[in-house]
Design a protein around this ligand. Structure first.
Ligand SMILES: [Fe+2]
Length: 140
């Protein structure tokens, strides 16, 4: 799998959010690196999934608070997407925890592909929609 290369097209123009998105992509990239290296030891993968789960929760809270503060129209759509992700990451976490010693590579690829697609789609399709909105409010 190829690592995600961050480029300026990923920027939503709110520096704190861009910083958080970069950190999230970095966690996805760590998993991509694990896939490339056949690194499937349980503690390594659980570590990455836990990091993803905690950081995503922190990020969604930050984003949702900002959206609520400025009455962003697509707030509930965003909230729903975030909720779906949180449910999925709990399921992923349970699946991984149920493994013994190592995570089957097939499962690792499946999880990593899901996370890669979800974040790229979410940032580029959904978060990008608030770029202009926050920019006009003078948030950057
Ligand atoms: Fe979002």
């Amino acid at each position: 799998m190829e690592k995600i290369v961050w480029c300026k097209d990923f920027n939503v123009g709110v520096s704190e959010i861009d910083k958080q998105h970069m950190a999230l992509i970095e966690i996805v990239n760590n998993l991509i690196e694990s896939v490339s290296n056949n690194e499937n030891r349980l503690e390594i993968i659980i570590g990455a999934i836990t990091k993803m789960s905690l950081y995503a929760t922190k990020h969604f809270t930050f984003e949702e608070q900002l959206m609520q503060k400025y009455s962003y129209a697509a707030f509930s759509l965003q909230q729903e997407q975030h909720k779906q992700f949180r449910i999925k990451i709990i399921n992923v976490s349970n699946e991984v925890t149920a493994c013994e010693k190592s995570v089957p590579l097939e499962l690792l690829v499946e999880i990593t592909t899901y996370l890669q697609n979800w974040w790229l789609n979410h940032i580029l399709e959904f978060d990008m929609q608030y770029k202009e909105f926050f920019n006009k409010k003078g948030i950057n």
